[in-house]
Structures are given as structure tokens and as C-alpha cells.
Design a protein around this ligand. Structure first.
Ligand SMILES: Cc1cc2nc3c(=O)[nH]c(=O)nc-3n(C[C@H](O)[C@H](O)[C@H](O)COP(=O)(O)OP(=O)(O)OC[C@H]3O[C@@H](n4cnc5c(N)ncnc54)[C@H](O)[C@@H]3O)c2cc1C
Length: 318
């Protein structure tokens, strides 16, 4: 076992994703703790171009595997496992993205490594100490791993991306992908409808939840949005009902947002919703239920019926 870290870059539609640059920061910190090197795996797509972009400070070596254009579960699993078997890193570091979560468990299983997912912090002294969040990010937990090697997935947005250029070695990694073992393929890429608005960029979000009851009542919230100059977002049931498009969904399976103000109307504050909005600077909630979990998080709360409170707010802002 070498005291090194193997981090797996991520790209989509010809572009490296932010997660790749955050992995470099996290990977370097961990490699420093271990006293070893940071290796970066670049699999598929424009490997040469990606390797050039990822030639960043703190990266010791980049290994490319030119196979396919987009992410593929089996290709990534095979390539990462082969690389890890050869390099014998102490850590296999992957992003906690949709793709990362797809292949990380398979990699960990094949390498017989413990997997700690969705970590927001990690260090190594005589053992790996990782930090995870639980109960809708109300509690931070420490997970210690007493094994000499581990697989980790890191939550996006928790480490500053590395941007400073560096001079790592770049080589084409010799891995023969077993095509018979490829059981899935990417048939296309579909952008979420209504991609005009990015709620992640909004400073003031007004978010609507199931408390709104009917699709036609969304118009009331839209009136408030207009009166305040906010951006409209929603909890998942609203999107599942197709009352608003998917790009408006806040939460674990939607978007993570960090506005200055987040006004949650008729939203209970389920953990999967909270995961996406807990980073808001000021949280305000309107809910009829004084015991709704959203109030545990809110800076300001109005216990009341949205059908009374929202018209009053509209009048005030107009
Ligand atoms: C794998 C997985 C991923 C998920 N991902 C997400 C995600 O990304 N985003 C997400 O939001 N959810 C997600 N969920 C769903 C999540 O668990 C909750 O079901 C969802 O967040 C609840 O939405 P809500 O708060 O709008 O509805 P509810 O939980 O039904 O809450 C409605 C609230 O409105 C209040 N209310 C009712 N009437 C009024 C009124 N007249 N005035 C004021 N308040 C009123 C009620 O008191 C209640 O608190 C996910 C679930 C799973 C299993």
C-alpha cells in the first residue's frame, strides 16, 4: 500500500465539472496528511484536453484512459479498479455526484474497501477521520476508519476548487476495458426543461411546497415573486406533480442553493429538502404547523395559513 491518493475527475458533455477541481483540493490535503502523492484519473472524453486543464498545483500525476465520450458505469468501474490495483493508493477519492454515487460502491466492493460517502471533511493522522452530516445537517458526525485504505466520496461545494496551474506527469494508463462486461451505455443527454433559470444563482428565493394544495394556487406565489423580485423554487412534490419544472427543485435530488434569503412557503422541512437549502444566509418559513421541522432551521417563522399570509405580504410589497 502506498500513502497516495487516487482521485477520479468528472466531466460531462465535453467539460470538466467543478467537482474535479474540488477533488484536487481535497485530494492534496489528504495526500499531505498521508505524506504521499496525488494521482488523478481522467477517464473518457477529451482526455488530452482534460489532462491539460487538470495540470494543477498539488497534482503529482495524471493517468488518462481514452474510452468513450461520456460517463459509463462499467468503464469507470473497470478503469478505477485497475488503476487502484496497480497504484495501491491509501485512498480512492470520488465525487458524491450522480455519477460518483453510481460507480463508487462498485469500486469499493471490487477492491474490498470500506466506503464513506458524502463526506464534508477528512483528515488522516493514524487513521482516517471523516465528517458527515446527519438529520438534515443538524448534526455532524465523525466516522473513523481503522483500515489502511478507504474509498471516499466528497460532497460538492465543500472544498475550494484548485485553480493554480502545476506540472504533473501525464501518462496514458494501460487498461484493457473488457467490452463484454459493459452492460450499460449512454444513449443521449437531456437538459432539464426550462433551463433558462438557475436557482443556484438567485439571491432571494421564494420556495413553494405541498401546502399550496392545487396547481392553480401557484399563481399566488408567483404574484409574491413578482412583487418582491425574487426567484421561484419548489420542494419535490411540486415538481413531481409537474406544477413547476425540475430545474426549480431544491434539495438532495434537486439543486443546492445558497441565497441571501430563502422564504419557504408551505414546506415541512424534510431532510432531503433541507440538504439543498441549509446554506441560505437567512431562512424564513410560513407554515400552519408550529412543529414543522422547517422552524428548527428558520431564522424567522410565521405560523399561519399561507392563503392569508401571502396576500398580506403581496399587498405590503406592492
Ligand atoms: C431519495 C429522495 C430524494 C428526495 N429529494 C428531494 C428534494 O430534492 N427536494 C425535496 O423538497 N424533497 C425531496 N424528497 C422528498 C422529501 O422527503 C419530502 O417528501 C418533501 O420535501 C416534502 O415536500 P413539502 O415540504 O412541500 O411537503 P410536505 O412534507 O407535505 O409539507 C407540506 C407543509 O405545508 C404545510 N401547510 C399545509 N397547508 C398549509 C397552509 N395553508 N399554509 C401554510 N402551510 C401549510 C404543512 O404543515 C406541511 O408542513 C426526496 C425524497 C427521497 C426519498
Amino acid at each position: 500500500m502506498s500513502p497516495s491518493v487516487l482521485a477520479v475527475a468528472e466531466h460531462r458533455q465535453g467539460e470538466l465539472r467543478d467537482a474535479s477541481f474540488e477533488l484536487v483540493t481535497a485530494g492534496r490535503e489528504l495526500a499531505d496528511d498521508l505524506g504521499g502523492d496525488l494521482h488523478l484519473a481522467v477517464i473518457g472524453g477529451d482526455t488530452e484536453g482534460f489532462a491539460e486543464e487538470l495540470s494543477l498545483s498539488g497534482v503529482d500525476a495524471i493517468h488518462t484512459v481514452a474510452y468513450g465520450e461520456e460517463f459509463n458505469h462499467d468503464v469507470y468501474t473497470q478503469a478505477v479498479v485497475t488503476m487502484a490495483e496497480e497504484l495501491e493508493p491509501a485512498v480512492v477519492l470520488m465525487p458524491n455526484t450522480v455519477n460518483g454515487l453510481d460507480y463508487a460502491p462498485a469500486v469499493a466492493e471490487r477492491l474490498s474497501l470500506p466506503l464513506v460517502s458524502d463526506i464534508v471533511g477528512v483528515s488522516y493522522t493514524d487513521r482516517f477521520v471523516t465528517t458527515r452530516e446527519m438529520y438534515g445537517s443538524k448534526v455532524e458526525t465523525t466516522v473513523e476508519v481503522g483500515r489502511e485504505s478507504v474509498a471516499l466520496t466528497i460532497r460538492d461545494g465543500e472544498w475550494e476548487p484548485t485553480e493554480e496551474p502545476g506540472e504533473p506527469s501525464v501518462d496514458e494508463f494501460d487498461v484493457e476495458i473488457d467490452e463484454d462486461a459493459i452492460g450499460s451505455s449512454v444513449t443521449g443527454f437531456e437538459e432539464v426543461a426550462g433551463g433558462d433559470v438557475d436557482i443556484a444563482d438567485a439571491e432571494f428565493l421564494i420556495s413553494v411546497g405541498r401546502g399550496i394544495e392545487e396547481e392553480e394556487n401557484i399563481a399566488l406565489i408567483e404574484e409574491l415573486v413578482e412583487a418582491t423580485g425574487a426567484t421561484l423554487s419548489a420542494s419535490r412534490p411540486i415538481v413531481d406533480n409537474e406544477w413547476l419544472p425540475k430545474n426549480r427543485q431544491v434539495g438532495q435530488s434537486g439543486k443546492s442553493v445558497t441565497p441571501t434569503v430563502y422564504l419557504a412557503i408551505g414546506i415541512s422541512g424534510a431532510v432531503q429538502h433541507v440538504a439543498g437549502m441549509k446554506g441560505a444566509e437567512t431562512i424564513i418559513a410560513i407554515n400552519t404547523d408550529p412543529n414543522a421541522p422547517i422552524f428548527d432551521l428558520a431564522d424567522y417563522g410565521i405560523v399561519g395559513d399561507l392563503f392569508e399570509v401571502v396576500p398580506a405580504l403581496i399587498e405590503e410589497f406592492q
